[in-house]
Design a protein around this ligand. Structure first.
Ligand code: NAD
Ligand code: 44H
Length: 488
């Protein structure tokens, strides 16, 4: 069978290269590149995307082998109807392998057409590394690469202020636009770049923070064969995602003229302040994902849909949202409730299999940013610990024991974090410490949570009790004890 490329798929227009994209991952391909295609088709955006890989080069080579083409499945509810559609995305003109062809990257910096930069380099990507040099080909970090790119552009156009870029990071990090700009300025200072460049960064470029929302589980490993037979071609870059999408971009109103979302069916908006959208999404959607994962996985479940459809786990998830997450958020209770109902419907999407293990990646830092604020706010408002969120925290500590019914769990987190928990559970297994001490040591570790959690009244005792239940009864029965208790 042939592979997807422009020999077998020719039916599309090509456009000037207007967007530089840092990241070749599933999310950007299932979200931004699809939106660029819709902007071209419905609003004359007239632009294509050049992709660079923030680290490595293997996926860029695969992208180029397919001439930037790939099949996107969008499956789920749309306007209250079930929709299962797929289309070939052709908005990517090419990928540049920065290790092999850095010159092409420098040439792109001098392009008249280029106007936008987008990125998704995970929570770990927006960083400064003092070892990066301007002369590196390429620099190690994403901001290092972008700082060099913008400097070549500044030089190529002799500081022309009309040649700046609109930079829209998509990383799920607060103030992502400000953080990228801060890192660029740090590189400018570190590399002793001239004041004119720093002024050009401020005056000619617009850094827009953004909030993205679409569940994109990515490559359909369970249904790839079936999909390939239906399509009649091989596609290593196939992506699956839900129908729902929201892109909120914080920036000046004139950005609407350059990104004409309003002329399209896209659920994308340019706003003055994205904070309310972000807090709501991160606490309700991502927070619930992260909080349910260790509980559901240790009950023997593998996907988000399995979890919300399970009697006890589903009830746990719904009560967690209703009783603990929503009451700790600011804003209209009705709007928050509607958003939460939609999120639960999205979790049940029968078309996509969103694996709990993929959500579990870096769970400790995710709990810290997505769930701990709920726990702390609840304690402040109610003067008591939220029992379901505390149960999740206990389940998370239990998950890092690394064992499900005798099978090893492939934990994915920073090496130091994995080592910390492995040492702790080994001490417990050797009977050197009891659960109480294990709970205290884990909760007191500020490097994990950003604060000493034993300072929260009743938290240590509650976590100890839940961990004892988990150890003695197993997760399913420990959960039954909890939900049974909550019904009384
Ligand atoms: N998949 C989703 O449903 C979804 C939805 C919204 C947001 N996100 C965000 O996207 C990220 C995951 O992206 P994905 O789902 O496309 O996964 P992916 O594994 O397909 O892509 C990850 C991308 O991040 C890059 N990357 C990883 N670590 C990096 C680092 N230290 N420095 C620079 N680049 C790095 C990789 O090169 C790759 O381009 C997460 O941070 C998540 O919060 C994902
Ligand atoms: O992608 P992660 O690993 O940061 O988080 C897992 C999920 O919570 C996340 O991917 C959501 O599905 C997404 O943020 C929805 O917009």
């Amino acid at each position: 069978m042939k592979s997807l490329n422009k020999e077998i798929y020719r039916n599309y227009e090509t456009y000037p290269e207007k967007v530089l994209q840092f990241g070749e991952g599933n999310f950007l391909r299932g979200f931004v590149d699809w939106q660029i295609q819709v902007l071209n088709e419905e609003a004359d955006f007239n632009g294509s995307v050049v992709v660079v890989q923030p680290r490595g080069s293997e996926k860029i080579e695969r992208l180029n082998k397919q001439d930037g083409l790939y099949t996107l499945y969008l499956q789920g509810m749309k306007d209250e109807q079930e929709v299962d559609e797929h289309l070939v995305i052709h908005s990517i003109s090419r990928g540049i392998n920065l290790n092999a062809d850095y010159d092409a990257y420098m040439e792109l910096a001098a392009s008249q057409d280029l106007r936008f930069v987008v990125s998704n380099t995970t929570e770990a990507g927006i960083v400064f590394n003092s070892e990066d040099k301007l002369e590196d080909r390429p620099q190690r970090t994403f901001p290092g690469k972008l700082a060099a790119f913008l400097y070549y552009r500044y030089k190529a156009f002799k500081g022309d202020e009309s040649k700046g870029c609109i930079i829209i990071p998509c990383e799920l990090v607060e103030d992502n636009g400000g953080k990228v700009k801060g890192a660029i300025l740090q590189y400018a200072a570190h590399w002793n770049l001239e004041e004119g460049f720093v002024n050009w960064i401020h005056e000619a470029n617009t850094f827009c923070s953004s909030l993205v929302d679409r569940i994109v589980p990515g490559f359909p490993k369970d249904s790839y064969q079936e999909k390939t037979e239906q399509l009649g071609y091989l596609d290593e870059l196939m992506v699956t995602g839900e129908q729902y999408h929201l892109w909120v971009i914080e920036g000046p109103a004139w950005v609407k003229d350059e990104l004409p979302f309003e002329k399209t069916k896209l659920n994308a908006k340019i706003v003055d302040d994205l904070t309310p959208y972000r807090t709501r999404k991160v606490r309700i959607l991502n927070g619930t994902h992260t909080a349910m994962t260790p509980v559901a996985y240790l009950c023997g479940l593998d996907s988000v849909a399995d979890a919300v459809n399970h009697k006890e786990v589903g009830a746990f998830v719904r009560e967690l949202i209703a009783e603990e997450i929503l009451p700790t958020l600011e804003g209209s209770a009705e709007e928050l409730n509607t958003f939460a109902i939609d999120v639960l419907d999205r979790f049940k999407n029968p078309y996509i299999k969103h694996y709990l293990m993929s959500i579990s990646l870096n769970s400790i830092s995710k709990f810290r940013t997505r769930d701990l604020p709920t726990l702390l706010e609840y304690v402040t408002r109610r003067k008591a610990v939220p029992k379901r969120m505390t149960f999740s925290l206990s389940a998370l500590i239990y998950f890092y024991k690394g064992n499900r019914n005798g099978e090893k769990i492939e934990l994915q987190d920073d090496q130091e974090i994995l080592q910390f928990f492995s040492n702790l559970w080994e001490k417990y297994n050797r009977e050197e410490i009891a659960i109480k001490e294990l709970a205290r040591t884990a909760l007191a570790e500020e490097s994990l949570w950003g604060l000493d959690l034993t300072s929260i009244p009743q938290l240590e005792q509650t976590v100890t009790a839940y961990l004892e239940d988990m150890e003695q009864l197993g997760m399913q029965r420990a959960l039954e004890e909890l939900t049974g208790a909550s019904i009384k």
